[in-house]
Design a protein around this ligand. Sequence first.
Ligand code: ATP
Length: 448
Amino acid sequence: MIKVHIGVDDVDSINGGCTTHYAVKLAWMLYSRGVKFLDYPNIVRLNPAIPWKTRGNGAVALRILVESEDSINDIWELASSTLDEYSGVFRDSKKQPGLILHIGDIPWFFKFIAEKALYDLVPLELVDRLLVKSNSTRVYSPSGRRGLIGAVAAVGCTMETSDHTYELLAYRKQEYWGSRRCVSEGSVIAVDREYGDYLILNYDYEYGRVLITPRGPDPVLLGLRGEDPIVLLEAYKKLEICEPVDYTCLFRTNQHTDAHLHSVDSICSIRPYMCVKVNGIVSSRPIRIPGGHVVFKICSGGCCIDVAAYEPTKSFRDIVEKLREGDLVEVMGCTRPPSSRHGLTINLEKIVVREVARVVEYVNPKCPRCGGTMESVGRGKGFRCRRCGYRDQYASKTPVYVERDLKPGIYEPPRIAFKHLMKPISRFGREKRVFSGVLVDGFIQRVG
Ligand code: ATP
C-alpha cells in the first residue's frame, strides 16, 4: 500500500463555494469507492494576515492509502477533473487554485513551508523552486499558481505531534446557499451547556450570538468545533436543524491552537504580515481613536510597535485601556503594514500582563493650616489654599501612587471576536500532542 497526500487551496466555485467544500466532495468520492483514509481530512488554517485570502485562509489535506500506481493515476485524474468542474473556467485572477498529490513520506521542505506559512509571507517562487525538486509530487494549477503555497503547507502540516482540534462541518444543499441558515439557537445553547469544554466557542453568552453558523453565502451550514470527534458526532445529532443537509465531514485541524503565533525576542525582528508573540514595555498610554479602536505602543530591544485592540473586540478594549506606561506585557497577534495614518501595528488577539508598573501622579498639596486643597498661583510662584488663603511660595505638587485597576494575568476578547486560529484561554493546558490515527465510523457522510 502506498501513502498519498492530496493538498488543495484557493478553490472557489463559480457559484461561490470554497476549498473545504471541494475537498469534501472529493473525499466523499474516494471514501465511497473504498479508499482508506489515514487521517480525517485536515483543515489547515494559515497566516490570517495574508492580504489575498478570502475568508479564513484555510487549506485542506487528504491523507489516504492507495493500492497501486494505477489507482494513484485514477485519483489524480479524479481530483483534477473535479477541481475543473467545481470551479468552472477561471478568469478571475484573484483565485489561483492549487492542487498537489504527493506520494510517500513527506519531504522536509513541505514541513518548512507549512511552519512558515502559518506566521509569515511565503514567496511563491520558493514553493515553485522546491516543488521542481520533488519527483514524487504532482502539481495542478489551472490558472495562476498561488494556491500551491497553501496546498503544500496543508500537506506539510501533519499535526502528528502538535496540538489540534476537530470541526464537524455540515454543508447546505446548493438551492439554500445565500439564504438564512436554519439552526435553532436554543439547541446550540443546550448542546453547548451539555458538552462544555469538549466543544469550542459555540455560543457567545455575553453578546447572545450563535457562533457555529457562518454569515456569508458559502455552502457551509455550520461548523461544530471541539476536542473529540465522537463527542462532536453526538453533539451534532442533538442540534435542531431545519433545512436539508448535503454532506457532513469531521475534520482534524489546527484551529484554536495559536499555531500561528511565532515567538520573537525583540520587536525589531517583526515584519509586516507576521503573526507574533512578543514581550515589551508599554510606552504610551492607550487611547481610544475614532472608530472605537484602542491603540498603544510597546517597545523592546530598542524598537517600538503600535498595538491595536480593534472595535470588534468589544469589552476587551476596556481592559486594554487600563494599561499604563511602564507595564510589562506580552502581546499576541498579526501585524498590519504601516500606512500614512499609523505605524506597523499588531492586531491584538490576547495579552499577558506580566508586571503592572507603579504609576505616580502629581497632585496639588494639602494646606498645612486648614487641610484644604491648595492651588497653583502661577509658574514658580508657589501655592495658595482655596479655603483659608494660606500661601506658600516654596510648596510643590506631591507625588501619589495611583491605585491600578489591572492585575497581572492573561486577557482575551469575547468569544464573538475569535478568529479561526485563536486559542481560547480555556484550552490552555488541554493541548493534544498525539493523534492515534484511528478514525470514527461515519466521519464523512452524504446525507442528501
Ligand atoms: P476560502 O475560505 O474560500 O477557501 P481563504 O480565506 O481560505 O478562502 P484562499 O482563497 O484560499 O483564502 O486564498 C489564500 C491564498 O493565499 C491561497 O492562494 C494560498 O496559497 C495563499 N497563502 C496562504 N498562506 C500564505 C502565506 N503564508 N504566504 C503566502 N501566500 C499564502
